[in-house]
Write a protein that binds this ligand. Structure first.
Ligand code: ADP
Ligand code: GLC
Length: 485
């Protein structure tokens, strides 16, 4: 099979969240399975820098775009996956993140930027760049690639399309003027196509036009068909239910492996947990907390947004202060949450350590050095940090939703007895429920033998990409059979 994988971020080129982890790892796993898969991304400055050697292989004249767009070719670092970067300096050559500027505000021309990206991906997919390669299937990811299946639907002899939802809450909504500016077919301004309550919705391009849809866990696939999780799109998704799959993400164990992680001071395995304790001491020191080996240390890494439920933790601060525990948090996001975390650690420097920022290195240290990992998400399409936590012997405390529900087994009495427990699961997105789960964790932490069993079992879970890649290959095959019928 020949597959073109389109994404707006991929580790180690550029990353804001889990989408980058997936786009950096899944193509490699599929390539290792013997399929030809190529990755295409916008040529942000960071992506160009991190990609290493690149050469121009084509120039595209895209409708509506004054300057020709260059296609740069290289490799996704440390893999055999061919990489294409879409180089349009007016759209992508600027300082800041892939979606927002240095001030944290969305780029005002995001519709144009990802509209152009979609047109370039279509040109590659239709082999209009003269590269002599036409994929059988284009795998699109999140709203930034939503227009790809829509635009391809206008083509004769087009490849099949799969659209993966990594997070339904981000939809790429823009004013009608952007719809006009992009020169999209007027008939698409309809609630059955790209219009969504008076706005242009990029994600609907994927949801309406792709041959198949998937999302990143079986539970989230069910959840998004309900009003509670559907973000206004549950009706559409329910109607397409028989073309919606749920495949749990995997973990890149080359990057997330405590046995050979180059970003942590002491590597360890399930048999050398005393070295994990050394990492804990470094973590306490790094976050300015009193260095206390015996005090249970809870960690969190993530985007500071409502989705992740960190406000629940903040609400619990008075309760947590009364317990023999410490808390370390790393994240960036909403200014109010950033300020609240800073304030909490300033006021309680012996109990709470917070770093506002993005740091690959600290995120690894935090996974390694924490005793337990907090992930009280309101919704979580898949979630990767709970999977990393399992491998790092850091039992996750999670809400029963999305991929969290699909990957963590609650430490109930029976599950502890039969050796299946891997973490702590609670139901309602309320402080009291979270607190009960934290208390259960503290209680078990004090029972050293059982805690060790819990760690050991988590560390031996296998969420490697191979398994997920096989599921994707099965899905690709199914999509192709239908497409060619
Ligand atoms: P999401 O994609 O919703 O942000 P995931 O759990 O799927 O959530 O993935 C988040 C990824 O981003 C993880 O690899 C996590 O370690 C990383 N990450 C998030 N925030 C930070 C941060 N402040 N510093 C370093 N890594 C971060
Ligand atoms: C999204 C989701 C997260 C998921 C990631 C990768 O950003 O919020 O749950 O793990 O995409 O699929």
């Amino acid at each position: 099979m020949d597959i073109l994988f389109a994404s707006s971020e991929a580790h180690p080129l550029i990353k804001t969240g889990g989408l980058a982890d997936v786009s950096g790892a899944l193509p490699r796993a599929i390539k290792n399975n013997g399929q030809e898969i190529r990755l295409v991304l916008p040529a942000y400055p960071a992506a160009r820098r991190n990609a290493g050697s690149l050469r121009e292989v084509a120039r595209l004249d895209l409708p509506g775009d004054p300057a020709p767009v260059r296609v740069l070719q290289g490799r996704l670092p440390h893999t055999r996956v061919r990489l294409y970067l879409i180089d349009s300096p007016a759209h992508f050559d600027r300082d800041g993140g892939p979606y927002s500027g240095p001030d944290g505000k969305d780029w005002p021309d995001n519709a144009e930027r990802f509209g152009l990206f979609a047109r370039a991906v279509c040109a590659l997919a239709m082999d209009r760049a003269g590269l002599g390669w036409k994929p059988h299937l284009v795998h699109c990811n999140d709203w930034q690639t939503g227009l790809v299946p829509a635009l391809l639907s206008l083509e004769d002899k087009r490849p099949a399309t799969l659209f993966t939802i990594h997070n339904l809450a981000y939809q790429g909504l823009f004013p009608r003027a952007d719809f006009e500016r992009l020169g999209l077919p007027p008939a698409w301004w309809s609630m059955h196509r790209l219009e969504f309550f008076g706005q242009l919705s990029f994600i609907k391009g994927g949801l309406v036009f792709a041959d198949w849809l998937s999302t990143v866990s079986p539970t989230y696939a069910k959840e998004i068909c309900t009003p509670e999780f559907g973000c206004g799109l549950d009706g559409l998704l329910k109607a397409r239910r028989d073309h919606l799959a749920g495949i749990l993400n995997g973990v890149d164990y080359q990057i997330w492996n405590p046995g050979r992680d180059r970003l942590i001071p002491h590597t360890y395995t399930a048999r050398t947990l005393r070295l994990k304790l050394e990492d804990k001491l470094v973590l306490q020191r790094t976050f300015g907390l009193p260095v206390r080996p015996e005090t249970p240390l809870f960690g969190h890494v993530g985007r500071l947004v409502e989705q992740k439920g960190i406000d629940l933790v903040l609400e619990l601060v008075p309760e947590l202060l009364q317990r023999p525990m410490q808390l370390v948090l790393l994240g960036t996001g909403q200014p109010a949450l950033e300020a609240a975390l800073r304030e909490a650690s300033r006021r309680h420097p012996t109990k709470i350590g917070a770093r506002i920022g993005y740091s690959e290195e600290l995120s690894h240290l935090l996974e390694a050095g924490s005793d337990a990992f907090l992930m009280p998400s309101r919704f979580e399409p898949c979630g990767l940090n709970q999977l990393y936590s399992l491998r790092y012997g850091t039992p996750p405390v999670v809400r029963r939703t999305g991929g969290l529900a699909d990957s963590v087994v609650d430490a109930t009495g029976p599950n502890i007895k039969n050796g299946t427990a891997t973490g702590f699961v609670f139901d309602k997105a309320e402080p009291a429920d979270l607190l009960r789960a934290i208390d259960r964790a503290l209680n078990l932490y004090a029972q050293r033998r059982i805690w060790k069993q819990l760690i050991d079992h988590g560390m031996h879970q296998d969420f490697s990409w191979n398994r997920s890649a096989e599921a994707y290959l099965g899905l690709y095959a199914k999509v192709l059979v239908e497409h060619n019928r």
